[in-house]
Ligand binder design. Structure first.
Ligand code: IPT
Length: 271
């Protein structure tokens, strides 16, 4: 079989590690992967990437592009007989998907800082065009509300380290500083750590930081980052195996999502 992967921006750490994991698993099973990168978040760009893959006669598709439920349905239609497995859609949507549970991941971050006694908690979300960014944000708010808490500030980034850096500058300009910052991905957290340290704040003594992803290098950030792990190796393995099972006719592409667990990895940015 030849598998097609339509992926969002590979300059981002998480999608590149997911693509790598998919490629490794497919190679081990003796399959080829053709990759098409979607350069902007429009559904048109995603569709043309998928058409490019279909034109190369891929047997099945993995789609790691953030899509609304409506758009994912339209793409399934456009794929016809070729099965498509989605990696970044709403878990409630009916298309076939493999997803880390965004509510669970968000909850783990909030529960961790609340258990450490934090009450002044700032949030840095991903870009709100992304369904995963929105669901993590909702999960944070819902779990904070269970503790009768509201975030002391909320800022919206774009997944990049530089956005984390700049937004932290804005947070530190506000009259009240947070004692903990929950960040929607490790890459933005990288910029957050730099901004806090440039400002002369001690991590974690004065401000705690929690990331999200646990990418390959997060243990080497300074200080080593406490984060919510999404096991991208496992995602690569499970998604390729699942798609191949569909292709071999052992499984019909099932509607609905296979949920992968996230877990807290505690390092040295929280206290
Ligand atoms: C998601 C990452 O958590 C985030 O860091 C960012 O890279 C984003 O991808 C890009 O789309 S993981 C995805 C499978 C929801």
């Amino acid at each position: 079989f030849t598998l097609g992967l339509a992926t969002t921006e590979l300059a981002l750490h998480a999608p590149s590690q997911i693509a790598s994991a998919i490629k490794t698993q497919a190679n081990q099973m003796g399959f080829n992967v053709v990759i098409s990168m979607v350069e902007d978040l429009s559904v048109q760009a995603c569709r043309s990437a998928i058409n490019e893959l279909l034109a190369q006669r891929v047997d099945g598709l993995l789609i790691n592009v953030s899509l609304s439920t409506e758009d994912s349905h339209a793409i399934v239609q456009a794929c016809g007989e070729v099965p498509a497995l989605f990696l970044d859609v709403d878990p409630a949507s009916e298309v076939s998907s493999i997803l880390f549970d965004p509510h669970e991941g968000a909850r783990q971050g909030v529960e961790h800082v609340v258990a450490l006694g934090h009450r002044e908690i700032a949030l840095i979300t991903g870009p709100l065009v992304s369904i995963s960014a929105r669901l993590r944000y909702q999960g944070w708010l819902a779990t904070l509300a269970e503790h009768q808490l509201e975030p002391c500030s909320v800022l919206h980034g774009d997944w990049s380290a530089v956005s984390g850096y700049q937004l932290t500058g804005q947070i530190l300009n506000l009259p009240k500083h947070p004692t903990a910052i929950l960040v929607a991905n490790d890459q933005m957290a990288l910029g957050v750590l730099r901004a806090l340290q440039e400002y002369g704040l001690q991590i974690p003594a004065q401000v705690s930081v929690v990331g999200y992803d646990d990418t390959e290098d997060s243990a080497c950030y300074y200080p080593p980052l406490t984060t919510i792990k999404q096991d991208f190796r496992m995602l690569g393995q499970e998604s390729v195996k699942h798609l191949v099972q569909c292709l071999e006719g052992r499984n019909r592409p099932q509607a609905g999502s296979l949920r992968l667990a996230t877990r807290l990895v505690q390092r040295h940015t929280t206290a």
